[in-house]
Ligand binder design. Structure first.
Ligand SMILES: Nc1ncnc2c1ncn2[C@@H]1O[C@H](COP(=O)(O)OP(=O)(O)O)[C@@H](O)[C@H]1O
Ligand SMILES: [Mg+2]
Length: 301
């Protein structure tokens, strides 16, 4: 990992997300604003997360103290508004920019859609998220992405942290913070998030295309099914600019995907999602179709 981080730093000279304003004192852990009672859950380098209670029920909110990141939150709100409601996409209800009084530069409030897969997933306990659950989540996320792409938007950051699951097994795609309009000729890939789930074209900073999300979904599915992180060696290979076809799969990984999936066509679609060249990558429709065939044949009712 150390080498990869160094390569990333060298190649992309990653910007710091925060500006000097981020040294503002932390907001109160619990406060009232705009008809909501906010309770801080936790905060990362960029965002602070809250549960927001109102008469309408429980919501999730993502805020920031940095001006730079508030632009990203506003863009997320704008993307979600363009995408519109979908069964498997979290719906953003409000973006508040006038929140300096609570120590923030921007606050995005959306429906609370459950727990993200990175928190549900336990690499050591296959019962927590069974293969049936994983296939169903992958199908739902693929449908969310199909809808997103129809609206001319690529998500660009598909990974377990950005998919939530509720108690009814209902998956929602979240976090459109680095989503891009792929028909926009000037759209550029922004390298932030987790490069482990990004395909070579995105890592190289090529123009965003829907194939980026196919890769992200495939890498996510393979991670969940094999319980192993995607391929560090591929990443360093891409960053070093090598043009040689990279060893996308070691034989053991390939076998593991095949073995995890009693149903070959679905396993094969996932493997195809990791084709180095975009035109060879499978389609979301292929993932959905083979996933549904798998569920019809094997899933426990
Ligand atoms: N609508 C939501 N409902 C429930 N949890 C959420 C929701 N949106 C985000 N989260 C949780 O907060 C985490 C960070 O949110 P995310 O939108 O991915 O922000 P970031 O841009 O900081 O990655 C997610 O991984 C998930 O655990
Ligand atoms: Mg995220």
């Amino acid at each position: 990992m150390g080498t990869i981080t160094k390569l990333l730093d060298e190649k992309f000279n990653l910007p710091s997300h925060d500006d000097p304003q981020s040294s503002c004192p932390a907001p109160k852990r619990k406060f009232e604003h705009g008809g909501y009672t906010f309770t801080e859950i936790n905060g990362g380098d960029v965002h602070i997360y809250f549960e927001a209670e109102s008469e309408a029920g429980k919501k999730f909110a993502k805020g920031t103290r940095s001006m730079h990141s508030s632009v990203r939150l506003e863009s997320e709100h704008e993307m979600l508004s363009s995408i519109g409601e979908h069964d498997h996409i979290s719906w953003s209800t409000e973006y508040l920019s006038d929140v300096q009084c609570i120590g923030l530069s921007g606050l995005l409030i959306m429906s609370h859609t459950g727990v993200s897969l990175d928190k549900v997933f336990d690499a050591k306990d296959p019962l927590v998220l069974s293969n049936d659950d994983i296939v169903s989540t992958v199908i739902q996320t693929a449908k969310a992405l199909q809808h997103t792409h129809k609206k001319g938007i690529v998500h660009m950051d598909v990974k377990p942290d950005n998919i939530t699951l509720n108690d009814d097994g209902d998956a929602k795609l979240i976090d459109f913070g680095i989503a891009k309009r792929y028909r926009d000729k000037n759209a550029k890939s922004l390298l932030c998030g987790t490069p482990m789930y990004m395909g070579p074209q995105q890592l190289r900073g090529d123009r965003p295309t829907p194939a980026n999300d196919v890769w992200g979904l495939g890498a996510t599915a393979i991670h969940l099914l094999t319980r192993e992180l995607p391929y560090a060696e591929n990443l360093s290979h891409t960053l070093q600019g090598s043009d040689a076809p990279f060893p996308l799969y070691s034989a053991p990984t390939y076998n593991k995907v095949a073995m995890c999936m009693k149903f070959r066509p679905f396993g094969n679609a996932l493997l195809k999602s990791q084709e180095k060249y975009e035109p060879n990558r499978c389609s979301l429709a292929e993932i959905i179709e083979t996933g549904e065939q798998y569920r019809a044949t094997y899933a426990k009712k």
